[in-house]
Design a protein around this ligand. Structure first.
Ligand code: ATP
Ligand code: MG
Length: 390
């Protein structure tokens, strides 16, 4: 039987582990809804630390700090999966998602095993932890991508391998750490789904997002009706819900998918999960009546979840540090005024003081009444900023 939840109401203090852009956007939403916020991040210059009511500038595993956080906050969440599961464990039962769910998302091998257990399709793969496992790898998995089991993001910790010799070299280059070798799949497209699940098991989701990656980093997300075939979209939502349910997950979860071969009759394969809001869900800030960050607040505070409604076609363009270097070696500010002169352009910058190539500095959400108009404006904005057309 469902037990009624006792919500943590506005006025209370909510906490987050990690002080990057995801925590910053979460804190903005939490504050809008009347909560006080606490950020734990050892970095003095963290995007969320700057805007939060409180910033605990300590290590994630500092026992005294965790005790203080637990005492100060009525609920705590995380903005990244590489937070030590131990920290979440110590914040239990105030922490969501729970340590055991984050531990699965932290480790590609465990993540894959979870997908298999949930009956959702995964890429053919092998776990490589020992030289014997390396030697036994089936040739069917080549060409493939060798990925470190832990700590990878934005394509880091990944090596593409064509032959057995390259595989051996790649594993050496990755310092023989635990890895997953995945078969290289022919991708027609990529998509993702954000689901939010409450402590009572209630689930809502955002519309399926279509994603374009460049050099292993998300570049563009497009979300509009008909963007993904309805059959695949339904499959993706159902798979994401099964993955969340299987983890007894509480919070916002992003599930990333590959669409193989022919897009219309394509096959869907789960790639990976992120136990938090995701870059591909940022469009929801301006194109939906409930954003992924509000969903995160609602989940952790045990507030009701209502199905978000997308009211505008949307395109999200990631703003990487590269855009600060289009004029030469010295960084210069991109032409924001020109971009903001276009209709439906929403600028989000994370307040990072130093632009670096490949660093996520912000994003643009472009909203419009129709997908065609969103695309037209997004292409104009991309041209102004020096983002390659898509
Ligand atoms: P992030 O955490 O930033 O999403 P990541 O570093 O965890 O990224 P993946 O999601 O595993 O990396 O891979 C990044 C991109 O590389 C994918 O979105 C896809 O474009 C490509 N890719 C990864 N695995 C495969 C595969 N098996 N076959 C084809 N392409 C792949
Ligand atoms: Mg990914």
């Amino acid at each position: 039987m469902k037990t009624a939840l006792k919500p943590v109401l506005p006025g209370a203090t909510l906490g987050v582990l990690g002080g990057g852009q995801l925590a910053r956007m979460w804190a903005h939403e939490a504050q809008r809804m009347g909560y006080q916020t606490v950020v734990l991040d050892p970095d003095a210059n963290s995007p969320a630390g700057w805007i939060s009511h409180h910033h605990l500038q300590k290590d994630y595993l500092d026992a005294q700090t965790l005790a203080q956080l637990a005492q100060q906050c009525q609920a705590v969440t995380t903005e990244f999966e590489n937070v030590p599961a131990d920290a979440l464990e110590r914040l239990s039962p105030k922490a969501s998602p729970a340590a055991q769910a984050v531990a699965v998302a932290q480790d590609r091998a465990r993540e894959k095993a979870h997908f298999v257990a949930c009956g959702v399709p995964v890429a053919p793969h092998a776990v490589i932890q020992t030289p014997e496992q390396l030697a036994q790898v089936s040739s069917d998995l080549l060409p493939g991508i060798l990925k470190t089991a832990r700590m990878g993001y934005d394509g880091k910790g990944q090596v593409r391998v064509r032959t057995r010799e390259e595989l051996i070299q790649a594993w050496d280059a990755l310092k023989r750490t635990a890895c997953v070798l995945e078969k290289m799949l022919p991708l027609a497209a990529e998509c993702s789904v954000i689901v939010a699940r409450g402590r009572d098991g209630a689930m809502v989701h955002l519309p399926v997002q279509r994603n374009l990656h460049r050099d292993g980093i998300l570049a563009v997300t497009e979300v509009s009706a008909g963007n993904i075939s309805p059959v695949l979209a339904t499959q993706a939502v159902q798979a994401a819900q099964a993955v969340a349910q299987g983890l007894d997950y509480v919070g916002v979860l992003c599930v990333e998918f590959f669409i193989l071969h022919d897009e219309r009759n394509g096959e869907l394969v789960v790639n990976e999960i992120a136990p938090r809001p995701h870059n591909s869900g940022h469009y929801s800030q301006d194109a939906c009546d409930v954003s992924q960050f509000e969903l995160q607040v609602r989940c952790m505070a045990d507030l009701p979840l209502t199905q978000p409604r997308q009211h505008s076609a949307a395109i999200m363009l990631n703003l990487l540090g590269d855009l600060w270097f289009t004029q030469g070696e010295q960084p210069s500010e991109p032409a924001w005024s020109q971009v903001l002169a276009l209709p439906g352009v929403h600028l989000h910058l994370y307040g990072k003081t130093q632009a670096r190539v490949g660093r996520k500095m912000g994003h643009l959400n472009i909203t419009a009444p129709t997908p065609e108009q969103a695309r037209e404006t997004a292409l104009k904005a991309a041209a102004i900023l020096g983002i390659a057309p898509f």
